[in-house]
Ligand binder design. Structure first.
Ligand SMILES: C[S@@+](CC[C@H](N)C(=O)[O-])C[C@H]1O[C@@H](n2cnc3c(N)ncnc32)[C@H](O)[C@@H]1O
Length: 261
């Protein structure tokens, strides 16, 4: 069965493809690409699968280091934009394919490494998607997952409510320990972790998903309340030059599919 939120996901990301390739945004920043590549163990002969790849910004950071990257995603517009940019850059070891993370169209143990960024919080069944990533990774291969996390568990519901108001394709960002637990529950051995802090402009972030005026007003009010000493949103809002900025923490969990004993 396809992901039950597939309709919301496609509707949301069909209109966001250009934003992921917008060089003034954080998604494709050079320092982010360097951080991802430095924390993703791969070899020159590896065949790598990127799951819920979008425009394959993670895959394109890794592509120069490996034999090939296959980028799979449920939203054709995201893949087309990634392919356009990859082709224009002359990068020829990437292949873009439509497909659902919870039903990967590959045989068991097909890949040396599996990677995924900013996708777990869109899955309606993260365990199903993670177990698919493990299934298609060969024993001894690696799985590297990056996602936004909630650092203080007590803010998780408020954080996720605001995120869903901004984007209906958001299901739930896990807590820091929740993401690691999910990776371990999938049967993986965690080898390393790393973290990246993104500071985002609040209005630009909402424009990207065409947040409704009503929901944008609720989100702004929540930030204002926190800035006046009220309840925390989990987004650490701050004022700068008349704008509200806030923080997304991305955790990277590096893991290995252990060899059978
Ligand atoms: C926030 S974007 C991240 C894109 C890319 N991974 C990145 O980090 O730049 C989330 C992506 O997950 C994809 N996605 C969500 N659920 C999916 C599913 N069940 N199967 C495949 N792709 C999915 C969306 O289409 C979208 O491209």
């Amino acid at each position: 069965m396809a992901a039950s939120n597939a309709g919301e996901v496609r509707a949301s990301f069909a209109g966001q493809a250009a934003a992921f390739e917008d060089v003034t945004r954080h998604f494709g920043r050079k320092d982010v690409a360097e951080w991802m590549a430095a924390n993703t163990p791969v070899d020159v002969d590896d065949i790598v699968l990127e799951v819920a790849a979008g425009t394959a910004l993670f895959g394109r950071a890794i592509a120069p280091l490996v034999r090939a990257v296959i980028a799979i995603d449920i939203t054709p517009e995201m893949l087309s934009e990634g392919k356009r940019v990859a082709d224009a850059s002359g990068r020829s070891n990437l292949l873009f394919q439509i497909g659902d993370a919870t039903r990967l169209p590959f045989l068991d143990a097909s890949f040396d490494a599996v990677i995924s960024r900013l996708a777990v919080h869109h899955f309606d069944d993260p365990d199903a998607a993670l177990s698919e990533m493990v299934r298609v990774c060969r024993p001894g291969g690696t799985v590297t997952v990056i996602d936004m996390v909630v650092v203080d568990e007590s803010n998780a519901d408020r954080f996720n409510d605001l995120e869903r108001r901004r984007d209906q394709a958001h299901t739930r960002a896990l807590t820091r320990t929740g993401l690691r637990d999910a990776v371990e529950r999938a049967g993986l051995h965690v080898t390393h972790t790393s973290s990246w802090e993104n500071v985002l402009d609040g209005e630009r972030w909402m424009e990207q998903t065409s947040t409704s005026a009503d929901d944008a007003a609720v989100i702004r009010a929540a930030w204002d309340e926190e800035l006046s000493g009220g309840a925390a949103t989990g987004m650490a809002p701050r004022r700068r030059d008349g704008h509200i900025e806030f923080v997304h923490i991305w955790d990277l969990i590096g893991a290995q599919r252990l060899m059978p004993r």
